[in-house]
Design a protein around this ligand. Structure first.
Ligand SMILES: Cc1ncc(COP(=O)(O)O)c(C=O)c1O
Length: 434
């Protein structure tokens, strides 16, 4: 969804920012250029080279995993992670067949579709597990319920949304009880930790992303993380067209062109020393919003304060139920009726856009997406398909993802936003509730 900069009576007296304040844009420091130049000067301008070796070593070391495999995207890493776990569970498929063909896998529901699409790439059917309010991640109670409904499932794909760790121990305990493997999608949460352990440590195979909007970036790129040398070697081989060790092109299994380039590796190598600095900047943004919203009927995206340290990649807010004005969303458009003292995500996003800043709706849950609407969806209180206006029914949300999507939004979280610019955004949001 995009919002044009238009006159808004609430913000008419506020001068729009000259340079757009983005949701989350790349922040370069200069070292990136050095390592890209190094790759070019030494002519390692392909999918091998020192930058790749170094980013693999540094990422594995930072997260605490034995092996990291640098790939072209987080999505590619997720695909290979699903394939690795799928082969462990079900064996190697025939050429032209997916490893999950005819099988289901449980997946986070409120996430970006890249988390769940690899299940479909491998011929499987995603069954979505509802979200919990404490961390906005997969609900361990709903996951347990899902195993009762679908006892054959052996693969669970779990994302940590917006840089906030999910309840990793509880989710792992449920999966262990049912003999299921975990693919952990830590694309958004690089540098975040749960009970002192970095995200990227909790999956049988785990993934981070260096997409342009992430906490650090390579412009694109991703990393598969594992403690198994055999798995790391397999993923590396698959990512370079599954070439066998022979004088000619020899292939015994399906391959992909998923390896990271040494040029992209140079950008990632230049960014890695700034991960902690970016996290500190994002944390300051989160805390400034939290302070600035005092007295408003809103909450920030929550995290388990006793056990987790997010990377604060995106600051989000959710409007209290009784402070929501009427808002109706179709497939691609939204309407609302402004009301004194109340607001809604659509009104706030329009108001933010009117001062030339970028917010975004909460990632629309997968069970509400047209392409996945007919798939299974399991909540704490039962199973079914997409239901709208969840919290209106009986006052209690039985579809937590739909409820957070309805009432929540992502705020401008760019680490180059100044405190003064952020104060303007806070003022704009305060006016929406006037
Ligand atoms: C939760 C999540 N998973 C996976 C991805 C895919 O990563 P990439 O864009 O590097 O393919 C993204 C972001 O792009 C994401 O936000």
């Amino acid at each position: 969804m995009s919002f044009s900069v238009a006159a808004d009576p609430k913000t008419a007296d506020i001068k729009p920012f000259e340079k757009k304040v983005w949701l989350s844009s790349p922040t370069m420091h200069g070292d990136e250029q050095k390592w890209v130049d190094y790759a070019i000067e030494t002519n390692w301008v392909s999918t091998v080279g020192e930058n790749l070796n170094e980013v693999e070593r540094l990422c594995a070391e930072k997260i605490g995993r034995k092996y990291a495999v640098a790939l072209s995207a987080g999505t590619a890493a997720l695909h290979l992670a699903v394939k690795l776990c799928g082969e462990k569970l079900y064996g190697q498929p025939k050429v032209g067949h997916g490893v999950l063909e005819g099988r289901r896998a449980f997946c986070s529901d409120m996430t970006f579709d890249a988390t769940v699409n690899p299940v479909a790439y491998e011929g499987g059917e995603a069954v979505f597990i509802d979200t919990e309010y404490d961390t906005w991640n997969m609900d361990p109670v709903a996951l347990e319920k899902a195993f009762e409904l679908y006892p054959d499932v052996k693969l669970v794909v779990i994302a940590h949304l917006y840089g906030t760790p999910g309840k990793a121990d509880e989710l792992r305990a449920v999966c262990d009880k049912h003999g299921a493997l975990i693919v952990e999608d830590a694309a958004e949460s690089f540098g975040a930790s749960y009970k002192g352990v970095q995200t990227g440590m909790f999956g049988d195979a785990s993934v981070i992303s260096f997409n342009g909007n992430k906490i650090i970036t390579g412009s694109s790129g991703g990393m598969l993380l594992t403690d198994s040398l055999e798995d790391a070697n397999k993923a590396r081989k698959w990512s370079t067209q599954s070439r066998e060790n022979a004088a000619w092109y020899q292939h015994e299994e399906l391959g992909y062109n998923y390896r990271m380039s040494n040029i992209i590796g140079g950008i990632v190598r230049g960014q890695l020393p700034y991960l902690e600095e970016h996290i500190a900047q994002k944390k300051a943004i989160y805390e400034r919003y939290k302070e600035g919203f005092k007295g408003l009927p809103v909450q920030m995206n929550p995290f388990d304060e006793a056990n987790s340290e997010p990377n604060y990649w995106l600051s989000c807010m959710i409007i209290d139920k009784d402070a929501m004005c009427k808002q109706v969303r179709g497939e691609k458009d939204a309407l609302y009726i402004s009301e004194p003292g109340k607001s809604c995500p659509t009104e706030i996003l329009e108001a933010i856009a009117s001062v030339n800043a970028e917010g975004r709706p909460i990632w629309k849950p997968m069970h509400m997406q047209p392409m996945y609407r007919m798939h299974g969806f399991v909540t704490r209180s039962g199973s079914g398909r997409a239901r709208s206006n969840a919290y209106i029914a009986g006052g209690e949300a039985f579809d937590v993802g739909a409820d957070i999507f309805e009432r929540g939004l992502c705020l401008p979280s760019d680490n180059k936003m100044t405190p003064e610019q952020q104060d303007v955004i806070i003022e704009v949001i305060r006016r929406c509730f006037a």
